[in-house]
Ligand binder design. Structure first.
Ligand code: FNR
Length: 371
């Protein structure tokens, strides 16, 4: 393979060569049979284009606006854990790459660089991803730190009452370093005799009782907009709680956006590919709040397909970590730039001079081909 990768998939191979097996497996792996892991990518392959011809595409505008922040393309960095396992500069390098590509970085709750280090490292627009711990005051402290350090929104990951069963980590007895942001706040004990300490720690600390009503609690401790990550059904897209009144209430308590996600296929295997679940949620939400999606985005054509099916932007997880592992900050920048270049070409070849021109009619799903 050429030393300089020409697409995102080639970065994965470089990352595999650069990383100890335990860490590569941690990044690359999914839950159980990894059925959803494969589907996240393959479901994109089953969608084809309906291109228009003879449209003036001599100038293409990829830019878009997410929660009032103008970014260079609808491609955002997803929250992924522990970037220092990929590169000693960790999330600081990722944030710098986000800034130079003029996009948003969502910093993971389980980051290896601190909130303060990441904030000081660049002027990237940053969102902060949250897990809610049994000890609520720990989550509240981190929310306040994110707010104080200029993070612009919270992303509540709602698909992780317990950690999914990642068998590679169990086999490798994956040991994770202590989390920088939790220093002095939490002492987790390593119990890796039977599996990964990541799983054991997460299951011990995560609040599995978290429910819709807790959004009000979250809203009460912050002024930041809150996005919910991990929605896969129309029922949850409607933010449906026990009654219809609650539906409106949930929006009122601060949901600023939805991220259709199956956690990169790391939680429940045999969840649908996110690109297959996207439209169901889009129809239910009816434009009340912006919808983003992640899972399996590896090509500019994938970005286009997600937008055509109703997403305002996509997030990318693994490719960012692979870029970081292979070539540090430069690698992350290249991953985003390559995806942007491919997306721009897709727009040109489908006849879409700006993201507003991308419509449902520019793609054909598998069901539409059969009928
Ligand atoms: C994740 N993801 C994740 N999500 C989250 O909300 N908090 C987290 O700390 C993490 N950590 C994490 C670590 C690793 C190694 C991976 C691969 C993923 C899920 C992530 O935000 C996103 O949903 C997926 O990564 C998107 O799928 P792709 O782009 O990796 O296919």
């Amino acid at each position: 393979m050429a030393a300089e990768p020409v697409n995102l998939n080639e970065f994965q191979e470089l990352a595999r060569l650069a990383l100890p097996k335990m860490y590569y497996d941690f990044y690359a792996g999914g839950a159980e049979d990894e059925h959803t892991l494969k589907e996240n990518v393959e479901a994109f392959h089953r969608i084809t284009f309906r291109s228009r011809i003879l449209v003036d595409v001599s100038r293409i505008d990829l830019s878009t606006t997410i929660l009032d922040y103008k970014i260079s393309a609808p491609i955002i960095i997803a929250p992924t854990a522990l970037h220092k396992l990929a590169n000693p500069e960790g999330e600081v390098a990722t944030a710098r790459a986000a800034a130079s590509c003029n996009t948003i970085m969502v910093l993971s709750f389980t980051s290896s660089s601190s909130i303060e280090e990441v904030a000081a490292s660049s002027n990237a627009v940053r969102f902060y991803q949250l897990y809610v711990f049994k000890k609520r005051d720990i989550t509240a402290t981190l929310v306040q730190r994110a707010e104080r350090n200029g993070f612009k929104a919270l992303v509540l990951t709602a698909d992780t009452p317990r950690l999914g069963r990642r068998e590679a980590d169990i086999k490798n007895k994956m040991i994770t370093p202590p989390l920088k942001n939790l220093e002095g706040l939490l002492s987790t004990k390593v119990s890796s005799d039977t599996g990964s300490n990541f799983e054991a720690d997460a299951n011990e600390t995560m609040d599995a009782s978290l429910s819709w009503k807790d959004l009000e609690w979250l809203r009460s401790i912050t002024n930041l907009p809150i996005l919910i990550k991990g929605i896969l059904t129309r029922e949850d897209g409607k933010i449906k709680a026990p009654s219809d009144d609650m539906t409106i209430k949930a929006v009122e308590v601060g949901v600023a956006g939805i991220i259709v996600s199956n956690h990169g296929a790391r939680q429940l295997d045999y969840s649908p590919a996110t690109i297959s679940a996207l439209e169901e949620v889009v129809h239910a939400v009816k434009g009340r709040v912006p919808i983003l999606m992640d899972g399996g985005v590896r090509r500019g054509t994938d970005v286009f397909k997600a937008l055509a099916l109703g997403a305002q932007a996509v997030l990318i997880g693994r490719p960012v970590v692979y870029g970081l592992a292979a070539k540090g900050e430069y690698g992350v920048r290249r991953v985003i730039e390559m995806l942007k270049d491919e997306f721009e070409l897709t727009m040109a070849l489908t006849g879409c001079p700006s993201v507003k021109h991308i419509t449902r009619k520019h793609v054909r799903t598998e069901q539409e081909r059969i009928h």
